[in-house]
Design a protein around this ligand. Structure first.
Ligand code: SF4
Ligand code: SF4
Length: 154
């Protein structure tokens, strides 16, 4: 029997009625959010997955697949990042033993040799480096971009 339906956790302050729902695979995210009372704000951040491991998506036409378990809808509150303090916290807390701050620098320089040496593909996209950063830099997003550069290089 193939997987034809999924239990999806819809959470976050950007949806009116956060719920667990059982839906057929192929259901668009927007349909599920409407069934959960709709968006609670105009400016929202839609994440396919949970708040730490999920990926930000730009359209709620994204459909639930066999791999989807959660939708996170957050009210978008822009955070002003400041310059890196070189505190090293992102490296200290990376569960994969990486140096996210150096990966970000290499990504900006498009230095694929450095990215390879820094082991960027070992990143598990846990989101810890963004969470821990006192400068409010979205370090994880920089690491994701670096992974995409390396994936395209293959
Ligand atoms: S997102 Fe990647 S680089 Fe950042 S802490 Fe997690 S594993 Fe390390
Ligand atoms: S945690 Fe933030 S401020 Fe500290 S080194 Fe990493 S990127 Fe820079």
């Amino acid at each position: 029997m193939p997987i034809v339906e999924k239990l999806v956790t819809v959470s976050g302050d950007g949806v009116n009625e956060p719920s667990n729902v059982r839906v057929p695979t192929g259901t668009p995210a927007g349909v599920i959010i409407n069934a959960c009372g709709g968006y609670a704000a105009e400016d929202i951040l839609l994440i396919a997955g949970g708040p730490m491991m999920g990926k930000t998506i730009t359209s709620d036409k994204f459909v639930i697949g066999t791999y989807s378990n959660a939708l996170t809808v957050l009210q978008h509150k822009p955070v002003k990042a400041i310059a890196c303090l070189r505190c090293g916290k992102c490296s200290d807390h990376c569960p994969a033993g990486l140096q996210p701050v150096r990966i970000n620098a290499a990504e900006k320089a498009k230095d694929t040799d450095a990215l390879k040496k820094l082991g960027v593909m070992d990143c598990v996209e846990c989101g810890m480096c963004t969470y821990i950063c006192p400068s409010k830099i979205d370090v994880t997003e920089g690491v994701r971009r670096a992974k995409r550069i390396m994936a395209l290089k293959k």
